[in-house]
Write a protein that binds this ligand. Sequence first.
Ligand code: HEM
Length: 505
Amino acid sequence: MSAPSDAAADPLAFDPYDYGFHEDPYPLYRRLREEAPVFHAGRDDLWVVSRHADVFDVLRDDATFSNRMGVSLDASAWTPHAHRVMSFLALDGREQTRLRRLVSAAFTPRRVKELQPQIQRLTERYLEETLAANDEHGEADWIADFAGKLPMDVISEMMGVPVADRDEVRRLADLVVHREDGVRDVPQAGMEASMELVAYYSAMVRERRTAAEPPGDLTAALTAAEVDGDRLTDGEIIAFLFLMVVAGNETTTKLLGNALFHLSAHPVQKAEVLAAPDDPEPLVTQWIEETLRHDTSSQMIARYVVEDVELHGRTIPAGAKALVLLGSANRDERIFTDPTVYDIHRPKSELGQILSFGSGKHFCLGANLARLEARVVLNELVRQVEDFRVHADRATRVHSTSVRGFAGLRPRSRGGRADGGEEVRAPRTPARGDHRRVVGDRRRDGEGPRRGRTPGRARRPPGRRRRGDRRGDPCRGRRGGRAPARRRRRRVGRRLRRQGDRRPR
Ligand code: HEM
């Protein structure tokens, strides 16, 4: 398959399993949007939809574009029984609404919000270990040491998995989502891990049902959830617990990896973010949203086509498998100004239109949690670390159709201003005008050419809600609850500086 940008004359081809495509899918996405917004990929018999407006419409029309066969490209997961492990993600209409309402009675915004102290504790623990590894080896693996651990532990914490079992549960969960390079389906080890995990969760649900005093965790809350006299069966609870592992684990890991990777590649923006350890949240929030737009971890999802659909002069036949490219929609030049440019100062009116968490009835139930995790983690990173650099040349990419991101990412942190007892002083956060100057300076910093932003150039398709599905997100716009960690940052900075001095940069 070919996706290079300089191959505009090549015939279009789309192979979601191709390694070259995984390296950089964006030039191909651009060609698809331009030349064939509805493209039939013959080899896998997929109908590929790439423009923002079309992706949005498909996601919101679940009568025509059904989730009933699941949303995965894996052949063995494309089945009318997908809901047995994918819960309401693999259901439509009333069935989906019923289950989602019941689950939402337990998986509440309040429960997510209350997780913040635990997420903070896990973050501090794994960050300490990551920085210790950095001290010892001059670098750490952000994925193996940190980002690959935290999201699954947060899910386990929420479900009430005992601490002693969490490493094993994480190992199984990793196997469930792991895809062998070159293998176009779920590997045997993944199937076996799925069965073990389902058995483990079944036992957990049984325990909650029979406990004299059930604990206050999500699993117990699911057994008690009731809407108009309706309740969840054991099978429905287990399927939802399993869905959380598949939907909320690797996606969040990859978001944390992609955030470090892209900010590291943009030194001016990185310096700006790291310059505000006393109040990191405003820029960290923008950093997260722009990462979700620029390089989202969930790039594509499938739909079963219920009846013939005419779109851009093509007929997508009933029974076909449509593939919507969220990653392409987020780069659509009809919506986003200079979509290839990574810009943490992108206006909120544009960021409000990202489709990284989907849209419509299946909008990601865990979007608040994913954002909360990212915010806690990256706030803490800014508080503790004066600088970091990702070895882009040594980053190893995951070759997967369901997630985009890294299997290994080696940032090397270093102390900047901390030196011999001198106080670390966080420079003031640049004012609004400074931001513009920084953006304009980026060419000098090797961040690539940039056309001037034209106010109002980005268009919202008619009839779209301005802030999409993110209304009422309790996680947006709040400040982190912790005091500035200036003292700790100085200590870490000094420690890292010593390390940095020993190693060539
Ligand atoms: C960066 C992290 C994440 C990304 C990019 C992401 C992305 C998505 C997307 C695109 C969908 C829509 C699928 C569709 O329309 O077919 C979705 C659904 C879902 N996500 Fe997430 N997700 C993330 C994190 C999480 C987390 C942390 C959880 C929970 C622990 C979670 C739970 C769910 C659930 C339960 C659904 C199904 C919703 C439904 O079908 O009604 N996700 N996610």
